[in-house]
Design a protein around this ligand. Sequence first.
Ligand code: PFF
Length: 470
Amino acid sequence: MSVSSSGSTTLSGSTGAASAGRGLWSSRLAFVLAATGSAVGLGNIWKFPYITGENGGGAFVLMYLVCIAVVGIPIMMAEVMIGRRGGRSPVNSLRAIARKDGLKPAWMLVGAIGILAGFLILSFYSVIGGWAISYIGTAASGQLAGQSADAIGGLFSGLLASPGTLLLWHTVFMVLVMVVVAKGVKAGLERAVTILMPALFVLLLIMVGYAMNSGAFARGAAFLFQPDFSKLSTTGLLVALGHAFFTLSLGMAVMMAYGSYLPKGVSIARTSITVSIIDTVVALLAGLAIFPVVFANGLEPGAGPGLIFQTLPLAFGQMPGGSFFGTLFFVLLLFAAWTSGISLLEPIVEWLEERKGMNRTLSTVISGTVCWLLGIASILSLNLWSDVTPMSFIPALEGKTIFDLLDFLTANILLPLGGLAVAVFAGWVMSKPALEAEMAMSSSAFRLWFVTVRYVTPVAVAAVFLYNLV
Ligand code: PFF
């Protein structure tokens, strides 16, 4: 373990208490940075605003915040705890704990579901990451300057209508992810996140500053923060819950994988809460930057996945230095997506290495390529296959394209199910002394977490599911 003299942290291959022969994060900060790199991504800046727009605003935001507090944070703590206790890749951590505590290895299925979810998510995540890359060029070449809302909308629909362009950028994004994963995630990731996350934050503040002067700031803020429950549907509730998992990178073993590198003695609770707060603040800032622009320009808050690609470019087109800020913004969005994409691929690569004895490069190439191939289905569903809706025989999935289905099934079904399983594993299956030892909290704080994970989280997730079935 080493902290270099420049103050930057690196991960060495030394033997740690949690796992023989594997490196540990060099500090709590390094873990926070890596976990934040995973959590803060397209989910915060692309997805949060558009699902808020689609689900009526304030009431949805409130439900989302409740889900973060009641479900997200306790599950993040549980995942990090399982990872650190097991000290291996997620599947094997679960198996190791299960063995140690005399439990059924079937629990490793929890990790396996997670790996599958990560795989499916990355396939379409990479397509959206590709949109960000494409917009770097659009902004840098000055194409946004002075454009009308219609012209900007036209640019976006032009992109979606072109499978070749989408494929090109999807490929570039996936290669970027694979290169880092193949090299080994830790060293580069820590450094990148240290610089890029604060930069993204500052840029979002600048955007909020612009939005404050756009003439509709009060309306945008009211849309976000004044709940109108008549606009919240039961599907909205499910989407809020699913998004709490998606945005915090939960339910698919990423935090377990990262937790396995966390040194003993670092507070799991403090660390998880820090990451969750940063993630939430970034999402809310994105909302505050976007909705005033939406209202000031008579745009539609429920415009769907294209929302930020139609609103922010409009702001960039009008503000002084907009081409520069626009380029910078999409570069940072790409980096946020990149660090998340890396964390989506990492668990499966780690598992292939450990389980199948494949070397890192080969396991990265195989899993990345399969994921890339799957991404092509999402690309086509934006244009040539836009009326292919294979699950329309199920009412809740009616009219959903392959892209919509992958998003819906992963975020709203698989991740909450994975999270539910983690909560049950931590709250009902693991031995209490093991939990207490690993969490190392005051007894009242431990009790609060334990009761939440054992009762509140499973009931909340199950209730939202059932609510949507009836
Ligand atoms: N949390 C990421 C985002 O908000 O963009 C997406 C994500 C990354 C989801 C890793 C799940 C995950 F395991």
